[in-house]
Design a protein around this ligand. Sequence first.
Ligand SMILES: [Ca+2]
Length: 191
Amino acid sequence: MGGVPFYEPGEGGLDASRGLLNPVENVSWNYSNQTLLRLGLSLPTEAQWEYAARAGTSTPWWTGDVAASLADAENVADASARAAGTDWVETEDWDDGHHVHAPIAAFRPNPFGLHDVLGNVSEWCLDRWGSFELPTRPGDGYRLVEGVLACVLRGGCFDSPAIQAAVVERFSFTPDISNYCTGVRPARAVE
Ligand SMILES: [Ca+2]
Protein backbone atom coordinates (compact mmCIF):
# COMPACT_ATOMS: atom_id res chain seq x y z
CA MET A 1 0.00 0.00 0.00
CA GLY A 2 1.54 3.32 -1.00
CA GLY A 3 1.02 6.77 0.41
CA VAL A 4 -1.18 7.66 3.33
CA PRO A 5 -4.21 5.41 3.35
CA PHE A 6 -7.34 7.51 3.47
CA TYR A 7 -10.74 7.09 1.94
CA GLU A 8 -11.27 8.57 -1.47
CA PRO A 9 -12.45 12.20 -1.42
CA GLY A 10 -16.07 12.53 -2.41
CA GLU A 11 -16.99 9.03 -1.40
CA GLY A 12 -20.63 9.02 -0.27
CA GLY A 13 -20.69 12.34 1.57
CA LEU A 14 -17.38 11.60 3.26
CA ASP A 15 -15.30 14.31 1.69
CA ALA A 16 -13.56 16.47 4.28
CA SER A 17 -10.18 17.96 4.93
CA ARG A 18 -7.78 15.89 7.00
CA GLY A 19 -4.11 15.93 7.83
CA LEU A 20 -1.38 13.99 9.52
CA LEU A 21 -3.15 14.25 12.87
CA ASN A 22 -6.09 12.29 11.50
CA PRO A 23 -5.98 8.56 12.13
CA VAL A 24 -5.08 6.21 9.31
CA GLU A 25 -7.88 4.02 8.04
CA ASN A 26 -8.30 1.69 5.13
CA VAL A 27 -5.73 -0.54 6.79
CA SER A 28 -6.26 -4.28 6.95
CA TRP A 29 -5.38 -6.49 9.91
CA ASN A 30 -2.55 -8.00 7.86
CA TYR A 31 -1.12 -4.59 6.94
CA SER A 32 -1.50 -3.27 10.49
CA ASN A 33 0.03 -6.32 12.13
CA GLN A 34 3.01 -6.48 9.78
CA THR A 35 3.69 -2.76 10.05
CA LEU A 36 3.52 -2.68 13.85
CA LEU A 37 5.79 -5.70 14.20
CA ARG A 38 8.35 -4.00 11.98
CA LEU A 39 8.26 -1.01 14.34
CA GLY A 40 8.61 -3.08 17.50
CA LEU A 41 4.94 -2.53 18.38
CA SER A 42 1.89 -4.79 18.29
CA LEU A 43 -1.84 -4.83 18.00
CA PRO A 44 -3.49 -4.85 21.42
CA THR A 45 -5.37 -7.95 22.45
CA GLU A 46 -9.08 -7.45 22.97
CA ALA A 47 -8.50 -7.65 26.70
CA GLN A 48 -5.83 -4.97 26.55
CA TRP A 49 -7.97 -2.80 24.30
CA GLU A 50 -10.97 -3.01 26.62
CA TYR A 51 -8.90 -2.29 29.71
CA ALA A 52 -7.51 0.82 28.03
CA ALA A 53 -10.87 1.93 26.64
CA ARG A 54 -12.72 1.49 29.93
CA ALA A 55 -9.99 3.28 31.87
CA GLY A 56 -11.35 2.07 35.19
CA THR A 57 -15.01 2.67 34.35
CA SER A 58 -17.79 0.08 34.22
CA THR A 59 -20.49 2.00 32.37
CA PRO A 60 -21.54 1.32 28.73
CA TRP A 61 -19.30 4.19 27.59
CA TRP A 62 -16.34 5.48 29.60
CA THR A 63 -18.25 8.78 29.62
CA GLY A 64 -21.21 7.37 31.51
CA ASP A 65 -24.53 5.54 31.35
CA VAL A 66 -26.28 7.62 28.71
CA ALA A 67 -25.43 8.00 25.04
CA ALA A 68 -25.52 11.79 25.19
CA SER A 69 -22.51 11.70 27.49
CA LEU A 70 -20.46 11.07 24.34
CA ALA A 71 -21.36 14.43 22.85
CA ASP A 72 -18.16 16.24 23.84
CA ALA A 73 -15.99 13.17 24.18
CA GLU A 74 -16.14 10.90 21.15
CA ASN A 75 -16.81 11.21 17.43
CA VAL A 76 -19.87 9.21 16.40
CA ALA A 77 -22.57 9.48 13.74
CA ASP A 78 -24.19 12.81 14.50
CA ALA A 79 -26.10 15.76 13.08
CA SER A 80 -23.06 16.89 11.08
CA ALA A 81 -23.15 13.57 9.21
CA ARG A 82 -26.76 14.20 8.25
CA ALA A 83 -25.88 17.73 7.15
CA ALA A 84 -23.04 16.37 5.01
CA GLY A 85 -25.47 14.19 3.10
CA THR A 86 -24.54 10.75 4.36
CA ASP A 87 -27.17 8.04 4.10
CA TRP A 88 -26.43 6.45 7.46
CA VAL A 89 -29.54 4.93 8.99
CA GLU A 90 -28.99 5.98 12.57
CA THR A 91 -27.39 9.21 13.74
CA GLU A 92 -27.42 10.98 17.08
CA ASP A 93 -29.22 14.28 17.69
CA TRP A 94 -26.19 16.26 18.78
CA ASP A 95 -23.57 17.85 16.53
CA ASP A 96 -20.01 16.83 17.40
CA GLY A 97 -18.54 18.83 14.55
CA HIS A 98 -17.01 15.92 12.64
CA HIS A 99 -18.86 13.91 10.04
CA VAL A 100 -15.76 11.84 9.17
CA HIS A 101 -12.84 10.99 11.43
CA ALA A 102 -11.49 13.81 13.58
CA PRO A 103 -7.86 14.68 14.25
CA ILE A 104 -6.30 13.46 17.47
CA ALA A 105 -7.26 15.46 20.58
CA ALA A 106 -10.31 17.09 18.98
CA PHE A 107 -12.21 15.54 21.90
CA ARG A 108 -11.31 15.09 25.55
CA PRO A 109 -9.44 11.93 26.56
CA ASN A 110 -10.64 9.10 28.75
CA PRO A 111 -9.36 8.82 32.34
CA PHE A 112 -6.22 7.05 31.10
CA GLY A 113 -5.48 9.98 28.81
CA LEU A 114 -6.38 8.11 25.62
CA HIS A 115 -8.25 9.96 22.88
CA ASP A 116 -10.81 8.54 20.47
CA VAL A 117 -11.05 5.04 21.90
CA LEU A 118 -14.73 5.03 20.88
CA GLY A 119 -16.04 6.25 17.53
CA ASN A 120 -13.64 7.95 15.08
CA VAL A 121 -12.12 4.82 13.49
CA SER A 122 -12.44 1.22 14.62
CA GLU A 123 -9.36 -0.45 15.98
CA TRP A 124 -8.04 -3.86 15.03
CA CYS A 125 -7.23 -6.20 17.87
CA LEU A 126 -4.80 -9.09 17.80
CA ASP A 127 -7.45 -11.70 18.53
CA ARG A 128 -9.46 -13.83 16.16
CA TRP A 129 -13.22 -13.63 16.61
CA GLY A 130 -14.39 -15.87 19.43
CA SER A 131 -16.86 -16.14 22.26
CA PHE A 132 -16.07 -14.30 25.47
CA GLU A 133 -16.53 -17.71 27.08
CA LEU A 134 -13.39 -19.09 25.45
CA PRO A 135 -10.24 -19.26 27.56
CA THR A 136 -7.54 -16.62 27.24
CA ARG A 137 -3.77 -16.67 27.39
CA PRO A 138 -2.23 -15.70 30.73
CA GLY A 139 -0.51 -12.33 30.67
CA ASP A 140 -2.03 -10.51 27.74
CA GLY A 141 -5.51 -12.05 27.63
CA TYR A 142 -5.24 -13.20 24.01
CA ARG A 143 -8.29 -15.30 23.30
CA LEU A 144 -7.51 -18.91 22.44
CA VAL A 145 -9.62 -19.35 19.31
CA GLU A 146 -9.16 -22.15 16.80
CA GLY A 147 -10.31 -22.45 13.22
CA VAL A 148 -11.43 -18.84 12.79
CA LEU A 149 -9.98 -16.44 10.22
CA ALA A 150 -11.90 -13.27 11.11
CA CYS A 151 -10.20 -10.75 13.39
CA VAL A 152 -11.80 -8.46 15.95
CA LEU A 153 -12.41 -4.72 15.68
CA ARG A 154 -13.44 -2.62 18.66
CA GLY A 155 -14.62 0.88 19.43
CA GLY A 156 -17.09 1.64 16.67
CA CYS A 157 -16.51 4.27 14.02
CA PHE A 158 -17.47 7.80 13.04
CA ASP A 159 -20.44 6.29 11.20
CA SER A 160 -21.63 4.40 14.30
CA PRO A 161 -24.51 5.57 16.48
CA ALA A 162 -23.59 5.64 20.16
CA ILE A 163 -24.92 2.16 20.89
CA GLN A 164 -22.51 0.67 18.36
CA ALA A 165 -19.65 2.56 19.94
CA ALA A 166 -20.25 1.17 23.43
CA VAL A 167 -17.14 -0.29 25.02
CA VAL A 168 -18.47 -3.83 24.85
CA GLU A 169 -19.35 -3.70 21.15
CA ARG A 170 -17.23 -5.72 18.73
CA PHE A 171 -17.31 -6.85 15.15
CA SER A 172 -14.99 -8.67 12.79
CA PHE A 173 -13.61 -8.78 9.29
CA THR A 174 -11.25 -11.20 7.62
CA PRO A 175 -7.64 -9.98 7.93
CA ASP A 176 -7.39 -8.82 4.32
CA ILE A 177 -10.35 -6.42 4.53
CA SER A 178 -9.99 -2.67 4.87
CA ASN A 179 -12.38 0.25 4.59
CA TYR A 180 -12.81 3.77 5.89
CA CYS A 181 -13.56 2.49 9.37
CA THR A 182 -10.66 0.07 9.84
CA GLY A 183 -7.89 1.71 11.85
CA VAL A 184 -5.25 0.76 14.35
CA ARG A 185 -4.04 1.71 17.82
CA PRO A 186 -0.53 0.44 18.47
CA ALA A 187 0.35 -1.27 21.72
CA ARG A 188 3.72 -1.63 23.40
CA ALA A 189 4.83 -3.52 26.45
CA VAL A 190 5.49 -1.36 29.50
CA GLU A 191 9.13 -1.67 30.51
CA1 LIG B 1 -19.35 12.75 14.23
